[in-house]
Design a protein around this ligand. Structure first.
Ligand code: HEM
Length: 410
């Protein structure tokens, strides 16, 4: 992090996100920062973030953003993409309910139960592929395991025909700026729009049991419920939100477990369930670092700091997860026996993550299969060696090298 005009400039390429966050938390509940050229208030402490996520005078609707600040904000950044998204993410009240309600059915426990065999099957195939690799050579778990699983599951759930999956992933990775791929550009966004249009048209002609089919039916039954643009924006949001963050969660959990002494043993002995590994990872190494933006709809005071009408507030999820005021002086320690592991990493209030039950299920299935198949799995690099993602939004590393060791019972 650097300083500029008494603001901390958040660094997407920082090698010490948690160190930066420790500093921000010490500076106050809301700290003036610049994120991708946008001045904002960073909500870094757990209690402050909780207040921000549910505050009646903070809104995700972009119309509340101070017009001069908005005009001065750079286009084409990851933040710009999120704040201009026209899905439920940036709607409030009745409008938010209208956009979110058609999707809630897809995430009920019953629907998720029916998805479980697919998640288990894809995981088992990935484990078989891993077992074919030389057990004493480093394997990148992000690339070979954490990435393909959520990507397959969300594609299946949404109804992306297999032959379009590769290209769609390339384009959404670039647009979401997850790091390491091609840069976002207006040309790529145009290509993404064309491809989504093609996919929606295919589903219209050959309906399936998937989210795109559900949304098309809703639109044809009741055009008022969802405009064409909203249909596109919703599918794009689900696709990006539905895998990028879960990839980070699985990657970070593997990193935490192979590096923290004694933790894998707690899982193997049954003292801690795999869900504890998932929840503690969400707290300790939140898949989202910083998430834009909520705007003050009038002058407000939050935890003693005055936020003026039109000013944006940035949610610092990774920072809140390490707040000593909430978790004690050992907040920086990965400890699955911590009780209870409450965290804000899926948000809170009306915008609480729609896909949280799916992400939890995928991560649990993935981690239990991996650690049971490879009991001697070990890190192949020091914890601080793999490069960070180079994005303000996501918190993870570009690679997660491990030595798998022999497969159990074979
Ligand atoms: C570990 C994985 C995930 C994490 C950490 C995560 C985190 C979050 C957070 C923090 C928010 C709230 C943002 C805010 O209030 O400003 C959110 C919203 C959302 N998430 Fe997730 N998410 C994950 C996985 C998923 C998945 C798998 C899906 C879909 C399949 C999904 C879909 C959404 C949607 C649609 C919203 C917007 C909800 C609304 O505005 O009402 N997420 N997520």
């Amino acid at each position: 992090m650097t300083m500029e005009d008494s603001r901390f400039v958040l660094d997407p390429a920082t090698r010490d996100l948690h160190g930066d966050d420790d500093l921000l938390r010490k500076l106050g509940p809301l700290v003036p920062v610049t994120a991708e050229g946008v001045p904002a208030w960073a909500a870094t402490r757990y209690a402050t973030l909780l207040a921000v996520l549910t505050h009646p005078d903070l809104s995700r609707e972009i119309r509340y953003w101070d017009p001069a600040q908005r005009a001065a904000s750079p286009p084409g950044t990851a933040i710009d993409r999120i704040v201009t998204d026209t899905s439920m993410l940036n709607a409030e009240g009745e409008e938010h309910r209208r956009l979110r309600a058609p999707l809630t059915a897809a995430f009920t426990p019953r629907r998720l139960k029916s998805l479980r065999p697919r998640i288990e099957q894809v995981t088992a195939e990935l484990i078989d592929r891993l077992a074919e690799m030389p057990p004493d050579q480093p394997v990148d778990m992000r690339k070979e395991f954490a990435y393909p699983l959520p990507r397959d599951v969300i594609s299946y759930m949404i109804g992306i025909p297999p032959r379009h999956q590769e290209r769609l992933h390339e384009l959404t990775d670039a647009v979401a700026q997850v790091g390491g791929g091609p840069e976002d550009s207006p040309g790529l966004r145009g290509d993404l729009h064309v491809l989504l249009g093609q996919i929606i048209e295919e589903r219209r002609r050959t309906p399936g049991q998937d989210l795109i089919t559900d949304l098309i039916e809703l639109r044809e039954r009741d055009g008022e419920r969802l405009s064409n643009d909203e249909l596109f924006a919703t599918i794009e949001l689900l696709f990006i939100a539905g895998h990028v963050t879960t990839v980070n969660l699985i990657t970070n959990a593997i990193g935490a477990l192979v590096n923290a002494p004694g933790q894998v043993e707690l899982l193997r002995s049954g003292r801690c369930p795999y869900s504890a590994a998932v929840e503690e990872t969400l707290r300790w190494d939140s898949p989202i670092a910083y998430f834009p933006m909520r705007y003050a709809t009038r002058d407000v005071e939050i935890d003693g700091v005055r936020v003026e009408e039109g000013e944006p507030v940035l949610a610092c999820f990774a920072s809140a997860g390490r707040d000593p005021e909430q978790y004690g002086e050992d907040a920086h320690v990965f400890d699955m026996t911590r009780q209870p592991v409450n965290h804000l990493s899926f948000g809170h209030g009306p915008h609480f993550c729609l896909g949280a039950p799916l992400a939890r299920l995928e991560a649990e299935v993935a981690l239990s299969a991996l650690f049971e198949a490879f009991p001697r799995i070990a890190p192949a690099a020091a914890p601080d060696e793999p490069a960070p993602l180079d994005t303000l939004l996501g918190n993870s590393t570009r690679t997660m090298p491990v030595l798998l060791g022999p497969r159990a019972g074979r």
